[in-house]
Unconditional design. Sequence first.
Lengths: 266, 338, 278
Amino acid sequence: MNDLRLTLELYRIAIRAERQYRLNFLLMCVLGVVYQCSGIAFVWVMLRTFDTIAGWTFGEVAFLYALRLLAHAAWAVPFHQLEFMDGTIREGRFDRYLVRPLNPFLQVITTRFQMNVIGDVLAAVVMFVLAVNLVSIDFSPVHILYLIFAVIGGALAEGAAKVCVSSLSFRFVQTWAASRLADSIYLMFGSYPTSIFGPAMTWALTWVVPVAVVAYLPAGVLLGRTGDLHVPGAVAIAAPLVGLCWFLVAYRWWRNQVRGYQSVGA
Amino acid sequence: MPPVIRAEGLTKHFRRPRRFDGPLGTLRTMVTRQYEETRAVDGVDFTVSAGELVAYLGPNGAGKSTTIKMMTGVLVPTGGLLEVNGTVPWRDRERNAMHIGVVFGQRSQLWWDLPLIDSLAMLGKLYRLPHATYRRNLDRLVELLDVTPFLHQPVRQLSLGQRMRGDLAAAMLHEPRILYLDEPTIGLDAVAKVRMRDFVAEMNRDNGTTVVLTTHDLVDVETLCDRVVVIDSGRVLYDGKLADLKARYAPHRILVAQLAAEPVPAGTRAGTLRSSGIPGEVISEENGVLRVRFEAARVSAQEIIAAVNEQCPLADLTIVEPDLEDVVRTLYGDRGAA
Amino acid sequence: MPVGAATRQDGPWRNVPAYAQIIRSRMKTALTYRQNAVFTLGIVIVQIFILSRVWTALYGDAGTVNGIPLSEMLLYLTLANLQGWAVQDATVCSYLWERIREGRIAFDLLRPAGFIPQVIAQLVGSALMMTTFAVVALPVVAIIGTLGAPASPAAFGLWLVSLLCGIGVAVMLNLMICLSAFWTTEINGTMMLFSLISQFFAGVFVPLSYFPGLLRTVAEHLPFQATTYTPVAIYVGHLEGADAIRAIGVQLVWIAVLALVARLVWSRAQHRVVVQGG
């Protein structure tokens, strides 16, 4: 597809532009790693005193956390610029995107390539390698395939929320707070077994804001814990599809909202 | 030939939530759903034919930018009909984009941290230009705009004039049928402005590119356009030839004359002229310089010179033509009164 | 009036009205941007909720762990998170960083009032407004988290003192971050990182008593515990009597140490400003 080729080309020049700011790159990488690993530091301190949380051992929680990090990184690498779209609109650059013969969504995500997402990837990979050594997972080809789908589905589930929040920027000027809230919800709620939040919240975090589908359900499947999940095993296996559906809905919504774009200046 | 741009009853309303002030303001703003409606464009009709060079004039907030943004597909109209090149801009945005070039005066479309040539190469790909076409157009534009000296410099290191030339090249690279220029000469020095005008005129002449220009610089209009559309408060105030605009709104010429030295008190000669029924109005007499305003359509220069000279001998004189600025002042001034 | 007589030259308190004005206008600005505060408060409330749930799940059936009953733990978490939110700076550092980038910092440097005291005044104003917001938000916090009475009347009194000192330490730490603006190209990342580290080592997620061996030693030697952990620990009764007083003493020491470091850093930063030129 021509659009795909153009997008890759745009990414390439965005990365080239970024190479000039090397010290920043390092700082941002470190930031990414520390930020993502902070959650697990907390869990580690906790589980030195307590052996399990809601029946999950530290190794299993670590695995859940790592899965979440992988999904987050899979989303962030291509799509992180979506969060900064309010700045792009404020600076008047979005008008230019509408005047070019390419899907504005693709132009938004290739505006820049901030290097701290590399930090996110590093944190995810390291975390995953460590966690896998703490649990016993049978890495058959089927399981590996499922892992890949789970990561992609999880990325799309988190992405759906990010896309929705981003579309607010077409109508409202100050949206960074909503963006940070969405980010925090996925980071905080998504790093623990969802069951600890009570049945009502668990339901909401599965069907309303798809946090549980990012890591909790797929981790449950891969760890062989489908028995104590709040949904039947088959639904848990299909969790990545929930992410995909939500993303498609959110994307359609975003494209639709561009019509309400009011532009800046006179 | 069908018009290249056609607008009928074009309307754009903005609804903004009414903001409340005061201590509970934020809460009230969020709870009550009252809206303020601004009519930025209120029923505008016009057509532009292929190859025309049209200027949009209007005070700030008149709706010029909004109209351009609707034509380029950035904003969706609230009502009315708008067709550009046979397509509805906001509905077939990407198709519309292939045939237009846009220069936003204040914001460059070039990639900031990369050499100019890289931006142009990327745009060549974005507009799906076959390599041969890209090379041909690039070479031609580079030569016309004299961009070679800084072609390989990062855009952030360029001066405003150089950047503007880069933006012009970027806009014309894909041979668009319509070129939109939104305040293109803002901030440019005199030489750069002339260069820009020459280039636009040449594109219009040689390529037949239709040009739509919004500007506050009236010299842009005088040198480039012969058709002017004046917009205010979302409505078209005037649409026609520049010469006719001047004739209608600034129909006066001014005789500026150096009076021959005479030992009379200042002002007496002006008084004499005023009571003598010359076909013109005395504006002032200061330091021996007399200014008389007369209607260009009714009175010829020769008549007024003769009439004045008869009463007061003149040592030297010049005739001042109506300025577009006078026109604009009159037009905008009417708005203030209304 | 003779030239120069318009400005008061008297005494060591001559710049105090200026600082008072800065505090007032920063509070006003913070009030205008209260929507932002509401949102970040929303995030803190979510955090309180999550931590409460996590700890409740961890406790499971046990009523008391390590000598601390669940209710006391939840009170600790609620208070620590709320205090942690109130002392962090959301606006002053980025405001300063923008002014440095644009060169408008020159105006602040030209004033007769010292630059560091000006920044401190900004941070104090911000902290006062945030504390006010926190007080206003108490009802909501009480519903989502757990609020309760202090361990004793003495604890309450000491808590107030310690809270003030804690705000003082936090202001000095934020001052450091503000000064870093003279060196970095990107302030948001620094602020996020700082917020995370300071929250962690201030015991906002986990009380310091849970930190294992080496980590505990490190945490006790960092200034972060002096911002939030000390006051909250006093309130719930983890620190009492002589221990509490000693802890308050440590807070005061940290304020003094950080003030000295700020002085040093500022002398370097000033050099940097001159070098960057007009």
